[in-house]
Design a protein around this ligand. Structure first.
Ligand code: SF4
Length: 194
């Protein structure tokens, strides 16, 4: 006997579920819209961040949930997870990083092209967490610069999404010249990066 088929139909127009990216400030008239190049590029970059998950322990499981259909990171344009640093612009470090892993993490960071951003997900990546021991790095910012820290042990997927939104707002507002600025070069030099 054939099983009854049911459809998950909601009685509202489809457009109600579609949100359109907010347009940047600018001037518009009939047939034209003018804005700053910085803002147009920021809009595109913000909505197409490609993450590289560097997951070493439990926080990585929360990231898996974040990528699943329930939380659905694709809503923010970040479903394209990459495992080649050369094709990613957001390094997400999730889990305990042993001191031995520090140079490996730094190498992965160096293989990413500019502009690149870094998110420390969870207490371990941010500060070593509960592992105040001789073998564990007390925060990845000892080896690479970090843009956003997500607290929690582990952080729930909502917290990870909040971190991604914070990264998005940094990406959106970043000046195209920032990566050539003396301040940014000094920051990299403080990590021994030329
Ligand atoms: S912060 Fe907690 S959950 Fe995340 S890797 Fe460390 S011990 Fe595991």
């Amino acid at each position: 006997m054939a099983r009854p088929v049911s459809y998950n139909l909601i009685n509202k127009p489809l457009e109600a579920d579609i949100s359109i990216a907010e347009m940047p400030e600018g001037h518009q008239g009939e047939g034209f819209f003018a804005t700053k190049l910085n803002w147009a590029i920021g809009l595109a970059r913000k909505n197409s961040i490609w993450p590289l998950p560097f997951a070493t322990s439990c926080c990585g499981i929360e990231f898996m949930a974040t990528m699943g259909s329930h939380y659905d990171l694709a809503r923010f344009g970040s479903e394209r997870v990459g495992f080649s640093p050369r094709q990613c612009d957001l390094l997400m470090v999730m889990g305990t990083i042993a001191k031995k892993m520090g140079p490996v993490l730094k190498q992965v960071y160096l293989q990413m092209a500019e502009p690149r951003w870094v998110m420390a997900v969870g207490a371990c990546a941010s500060s070593g967490g509960i592992f105040d021991t001789y073998s564990v790095l007390q925060g990845i910012d000892q080896v690479i610069p970090v843009d956003v820290y997500v607290p929690g042990c582990p952080p729930r997927p909502e917290a990870i999404i909040d971190g991604v939104l914070k990264i998005q707002s940094l990406v959106e507002k970043e000046s195209l010249r920032r990566r050539n600025s003396p301040q940014y070069k000094a920051l990299l030099e403080s990590y021994g990066i030329q």
